[in-house]
Design a protein around this ligand. Structure first.
Ligand code: CAA
Length: 379
């Protein structure tokens, strides 16, 4: 066991912390209120190399490890989870999948601009009738020889409008069930592809979540990722890594709310004392700090396994399950510690509480994580 971060990891954490304070914090309340995508901030994140954190420099990435990814995600999410979800999806669901399974031509054409932040990617699995049960896809990609004919609707797509590159998971041969599914690269502007309505969400309101519509979209064969029929495994594998990103996002939402509450309770006075001098407050802070540290260690463990080429499905599901529940508990307590101030926007904790909820839902609900974990422990 070696619990110390390297100098590079400490440095990257500091860069992410400074960026969050100076570039994400200003305007975060207004972006949330008006559902504004943080386009300017995402551009700067690209310039910092945070949209291709783990991608090899050969393909325009930063070549960092998954531990650094966790550190960056935590720092950004303390302040703005709407911006950090862009980082998470682009890195783990899109860039990782393309780097691991894409052809050289696909990497040159799509991965390089995505890793450099010149373009943003989206991962399109969920449908109106297929969320938990990812094999029940109704979107079809019929094999027409030199291309696939794509038809269907995708729902809840993060970066739905801001993306240029979409990894779409679709059914080619329903008789083969999950072995008949393919992952296709769809570009914005392809004929028959339209972006649907934007969702009006409870949290991460700056992130643009849309439905997508495909009507006889001709996707060239060279845009298929991996072998014919490998799309379901591809989706499951990228989600394994994605869950580390969302776990770290949940961790950041929790630690962000905790830090705000800690400062507030030191300053706010009641009954002649600072709130932090009351044992009822101290016990709440102690529980928050302990749970956050446990969530952080689960994130690091999953990232460390990934960095070392070891199986990490169980670890990433445990990290996401636990960190997202800690995010909910911590943010609710942070609002409570603020009393009436916690209920108004200026104090940030009400937004963090609303943002926390999605971490128990996307990239596999807490119930899905329990399925993955229980299958592993019962093996
Ligand atoms: N890696 C590689 N292969 C895997 C895998 C993994 N992690 N998990 C499963 N597979 C393979 C299995 O080995 C099996 O292959 P074989 O038949 O060759 O053995 C195949 O996939 C089918 O596996 P299962 O029988 O386990 O499949 P299942 O139907 O029981 O489903 C599940 C498993 C875990 C419930 C899965 O459906 C799942 O994870 N569902 C949730 C989907 C999800 O996370 N959606 C989130 C949407 S994306 C999102 O939110 C992004 C965003 O915008 C933020």
């Amino acid at each position: 066991m070696y619990f110390e971060l390297t100098e590079e990891q400490k440095l990257v954490r500091q860069v992410a912390r400074d960026f969050a304070q100076t570039k994400l914090k200003p305007g975060v309340i207004e972006r949330d209120e008006n559902q504004l995508f943080p386009a300017e901030q995402v551009k700067m994140l690209g310039e910092l190399g945070f949209l291709g954190i783990m991608v090899s420099p050969e393909y325009g990435g930063s070549g960092m490890d998954a531990i650094s990814y966790v550190l960056i995600m935590e720092e950004l999410s303390k302040i703005d989870a709407s911006a950090s979800v862009v980082v998470s999806v682009n890195n783990s669901l899109v860039c990782y999948g393309l780097e691991k399974y894409g052809t050289f031509q696909q990497k040159e054409k799509f991965l390089v601009p995505l890793a450099q932040g010149e373009q943003i990617g989206a991962f399109c699995l969920s449908e109106p009738d297929a969320g938990y049960d990812a094999t029940a896809l109704r979107t079809t990609a019929i094999d027409m020889g030199d291309h696939y004919l794509l038809n269907g609707v995708k729902n809840w797509i993060t970066n739905g409008n801001s993306a240029s590159v979409y990894l779409v998971i679709a059914q080619t041969d329903a008789t083969r069930k999950h072995k008949g599914i393919n992952a296709l690269i769809v570009e914005k502007g392809m004929e028959g592809f339209t972006v649907g309505a934007k969702e009006n969400k409870m949290g991460i309101r700056g992130s643009d979540t849309h439905s997508l519509h495909f009507s006889d979209v001709k996707v060239p064969k060279e845009n298929r990722i991996g072998e014919d029929g490998s799309g379901f495994k591809f989706a499951m594998e990228v989600l394994e890594g994605g869950r580390i990103g969302i776990a770290a996002q949940a961790l950041g939402i929790a630690s962000g709310a905790y830090e705000v509450a800690l400062n507030y309770t030191k300053q706010r006075r009641a009954f002649g004392k600072a709130l932090a001098d009351l044992q009822a407050t101290q016990f709440k802070l102690a529980d928050m700090a302990t749970e956050i540290e446990a969530a952080r260690l689960l994130c690091f463990k999953a990232a460390w396994l990934k960095d070392n080429g070891l199986p990490f499905a169980q670890a990433s599901s445990m990290a996401k399950l636990y960190a997202s529940e800690v995010a909910m508990r911590t943010t609710v307590e942070a609002v409570q510690l603020h009393g009436g101030y916690g209920f108004v926007k200026e104090y940030h904790v009400e937004r963090l509480m609303r943002d926390a909820k999605i971490t128990q839902i996307y990239e596999g609900t807490s119930e899905i994580q329990r399925i993955v974990i229980s299958r592993e422990v019962l093996k």
